[in-house]
Write a protein that binds this ligand. Structure first.
Ligand code: HEM
Length: 330
């Protein structure tokens, strides 16, 4: 459901509508296609890490799966473009705006149909999965740390009272919740190796010669947990961000969950607020328990190997809806 929530946020922005109505998301063609794309993008594909061994991806059938998804996605984006060209979009959705810019003479270069499809795909590919991953690890750490869960839940419920709904405008007042999300992103950067770079010139790093055109990976996961920059680096401690200036756009390269430099995540503010909003709602509306007979030490913390750092096994929790006191008449 969190996958559906964050995908809907993106499709509402890009196409002006949800990928599915409530409850029927699993039967939506977007749902299965996006899931497959995220699996392929986020999973371990040998050629991503060892370009010389790309041929193995052909043998394992990964390349064929990639191509099938590519054509299915292309078809879907073509359908959306057609719909939008016939006036089926909202005036402020991303696709309508991009289509409107196609023939803008003030632009330095023409925006082609392929450009528009690539931008839309980029938004899907980059926009929802990291939020799903962050929410998942966030709930995991809160279940492992009941005091932090209680503090966060007390803050959300104390601030909202019986308002009955957490809104985006409430989030700015939920200071502790913001620290929690920051700490989740420190320990579990959804893209632990960021997006690969290619060296544009020969260089030397720590005595190693790195030739031009080498594919380089930045290990944000390791930097975010480096004990030279972080006290008790492995411990989940939201308070560490309380009275300091370490931000998502850290200028000292200690905190790289959104990358850095020219290719830093352009969806950072939106990603953070979407996760905060979803987490605040989960804490506001439900009390959370582990399944009977399970203790917090039993929670499996293994990470899936690949470009996107999902939990290896699903987090299974028992949610009990909070009962609100009746609203007072106005
Ligand atoms: C918690 C949420 C998110 C996290 C942790 C995250 C993280 C990242 C990271 C690590 C990168 C690579 C940066 C680099 O290599 O330096 C990236 C790139 C990107 N992100 Fe995000 N992201 C999130 C949400 C979003 C959202 C909501 C959007 C769009 C609506 C988005 C759009 C993009 C795009 C388009 C890129 C590629 C930028 C480029 O290559 O120039 N992200 N993101």
């Amino acid at each position: 459901m969190s996958f559906c929530l964050f995908s809907n946020i993106i499709t509402r922005q890009v196409f002006g509508r949800r990928i599915s109505g409530d409850g029927e998301y699993r039967s939506s063609k977007y749902y299965s296609l996006l899931r497959e794309i995220f699996y392929l993008l986020g999973g371990f594909i040998l050629g991503d890490f060892f370009p010389m061994m790309e041929w193995l991806d052909v043998l394992t059938g990964t390349r064929a799966r990639l191509e099938r998804s590519f054509y299915a996605m292309d078809e879907l984006l073509e359908e959306e473009i057609e719909k939008h060209m016939q006036g089926g979009g909202n005036c402020d959705d991303f696709m309508t705006i991009l289509l409107g810019l196609r023939n803008d003479p003030t632009r330095g270069f023409p925006l082609s149909r392929d450009h528009i499809k690539a931008i839309a795909l980029d938004m899907f590919a980059a926009g929802s999965d990291p939020s799903v991953i962050t929410l998942d690890w966030g709930m995991t750490e809160l279940m492992r740390n009941p005091t932090i869960m209680k503090n966060a839940q007390d803050e959300v419920r104390g601030f909202l009272g019986n308002k009955g709904k957490v809104e985006e405008s409430d989030i700015q007042q939920l200071h502790y919740l913001k620290l929690v999300v920051k700490e989740v992103l420190r320990l579990y950067p959804p893209g632990p190796l960021l997006i690969p770079r290619e060296c544009v010139q020969d260089c030397k790093i720590n005595g190693y010669d790195i030739p031009k055109k080498t594919r380089a990976y930045i290990n944000a996961w390791a930097i975010n947990r480096d004990s030279r920059y972080w006290q008790h680096a492995e411990v989940f401690m939201p308070e560490r961000f309380k009275d300091n200036d370490i931000d998502y756009k850290d200028q000292h390269f200690r905190f790289l969950s959104f990358g850095s430099g020219r290719r830093i995540c352009p969806g950072m503010s939106m990603g953070v607020i979407a996760v905060e909003l979803a987490l605040a709602n989960l804490l506001y509306w439900f009390n959370w328990d582990l399944p009977a007979g399970m203790s917090k030490e039993d929670i499996d913390m293994e990470e899936q190997f690949g470009l996107g750092m999902h939990r290896k096994s699903p987090l299974i929790l028992v949610a009990t809806p909070m009962s609100l006191p009746p609203k007072l008449p106005l």
